[in-house]
Unconditional design. Structure first.
Length: 104
């Protein structure tokens, strides 16, 4: 899910909360999420500044959309396990990341 400050697609209008000194609270029921399935809540530094075909300009620390960017996995879980991971990236050049820590 992408959070935006407006209804129309505009990658410059993604919702970007200031989490410095803040908090995030959520409730989730994982009782039906079994083995082989992962429920995830994560934040990424979007949009990608690279020119690409993806209208959302998706990026993450595993280069799933073809572009790198920092990622923080607040939750990767099922009913048996819960995991959080911070993925850092090398310093960007002109806003473009060349490599990220995929394993965290």
């Amino acid at each position: 899910m992408y959070l935006s400050t407006q209804q129309e697609l505009d990658v410059t209008k993604y919702f970007t909360p200031d989490m410095l000194g803040g908090s995030l609270e959520y409730d989730i029921d994982l009782s039906e999420v079994g083995c082989g399935c992962v429920t995830a809540l994560y934040s990424i530094l979007m949009p990608s500044v690279e020119d690409n075909e993806d209208p959302f300009k998706y990026c993450d620390a595993n280069q799933v959309g073809g572009h790198w960017c920092p990622e923080f996995d607040m939750m990767e879980a099922n009913k048996f396990a819960f995991h959080s991971t911070a993925h850092s990236c090398d310093a960007p050049t002109n806003g473009i990341y060349d490599n990220c820590d995929r394993d965290g």
